[in-house]
Structures are given as structure tokens and as C-alpha cells.
Write a protein that binds this ligand. Structure first.
Ligand code: 3AM
Length: 178
């Protein structure tokens, strides 16, 4: 199983994010069903390891919180944009949850994530789209802000890759405390 830990998003927020799709020719837009905020990519694990991960995550205690998605940006490689994302307002409770997930996974032997946590929801992926179109898109949408949502659980997802869009399946939800 290919696994990752993420915040699932309420359907109305996904629809609002999906309304941002379009306007960059050649972009591969993420279907609204697939939108999420990754806390930790885990990767391929067998059934026994998946159970250990579930056990570790189910012991984690962290408070629920309000999440505000706002602002757009791109990830780039070698000066070319590769992914478009919506960011999140600075949020110590989100950082706290992500750090707890990271610690819980390291405790059961999963190697530390080297990349700094940069909370985002990926909207689209690019492969050689014109940089000027990306820049114009960012300029047109840079004031984007979604209504805040209450985050009351986080989720262990499995991911099945295919030639088309990957299929993400929520396997287990873990409640955050009030
Ligand atoms: O949440 P985003 O869209 O940034 O790109 C994948 C997606 O990221 C990322 O994990 C999220 C859920 O699939 N991902 C896929 N393979 C990865 C890998 N080998 C990876 N992240 C890190 N290392």
C-alpha cells in the first residue's frame, strides 16, 4: 500500500478550489475529489507496517483547529514551475499536528522527512507550460482566500497510481480533540 497522511477537505471547500482550475493550457488539474493537504507522505508499506502506522496515529492527541486556505504559489524545479498550489495562513496548531504526526511515525522507525513542512493543497501539475501563462495566472488569482473551515480529524490515505489520475482512498480518520 502506498500511504500518506493528510487533511481531507469539506466538499464545498473542494468545489471552491476546483473553481480555480483553468486558464493554463497544458496544466493537469487535480480533480476536486483528490484535493487534500498532505501532512506526511509515507510511501509503499506492507500490511503489517500499515497496521503499525495506524496504531501510532490512533494514539496521537492534538487539538482541532481552524484552517484558512489563502494565496497561490508554485513549486519549481530547475526554474520551471511543476505544481500550482493554494497555501494556508500561518497556523501553529496545524504545525503542531504535523510535528506530532512526524514524531509518531519516526518512533516506529520511519525515516525523518527532510523537507520543511510547507502546508499547501495542490491544484494542478505542469510539464513544460509557458512560464508567462503561469505568472499571469498567479497575478490574476493572488488574492484568493477561502472561508475558514474547522479541522476535526486527519486521515490516513492510500494512493493507487494509474495512467489517469491517482485514486486516493481515505482508510482511517483520526479525531482531533476539542
Ligand atoms: O499533497 P501534494 O499534492 O503536494 O505529490 C504527492 C502528493 O503531494 C506526494 O504525496 C502527496 C500525496 O500523494 N508524493 C508522491 N510521491 C512522493 C514521494 N516519493 C510524494 N512526496 C514525497 N515523496
Amino acid at each position: 500500500m502506498r500511504l500518506f497522511v493528510a487533511l481531507d477537505l469539506p466538499w464545498d471547500l473542494k468545489l471552491r478550489l476546483a473553481s480555480l482550475a483553468g486558464g493554463i493550457p497544458g496544466a493537469r488539474w487535480v480533480p476536486s475529489d483528490n484535493m487534500h493537504l498532505t501532512l506526511r507522505f509515507i510511501g509503499e508499506k506492507d500490511g503489517y507496517e500499515a497496521e503499525e502506522i495506524d496504531d501510532a496515529l490512533s494514539r496521537l492527541r492534538a487539538p482541532n483547529f481552524e484552517l484558512s486556505l489563502a494565496g497561490l504559489g508554485v513549486f519549481s524545479k530547475a526554474g520551471r514551475a511543476t505544481a500550482l498550489w493554494v497555501g494556508a495562513d500561518r497556523n501553529p496548531q496545524l504545525d503542531h499536528l504535523q510535528a506530532k504526526v512526524e514524531t509518531a511515525l519516526q518512533r516506529i522507525g520511519i525515516p525523518a522527512e527532510r523537507k520543511r513542512f510547507a502546508p499547501h493543497v495542490t491544484l494542478g501539475r505542469f510539464d513544460g507550460v509557458p512560464e508567462a501563462r503561469v505568472a499571469a495566472y498567479l497575478q490574476a488569482h493572488n488574492l484568493f482566500r477561502a472561508s475558514p473551515v474547522r479541522v476535526e480529524h486527519f486521515t490516513l490515505f492510500s494512493s493507487h497510481l494509474s495512467k489517469a489520475d491517482p485514486v486516493y482512498t481515505p482508510e482511517v480518520d483520526y479525531e482531533l480533540v476539542a
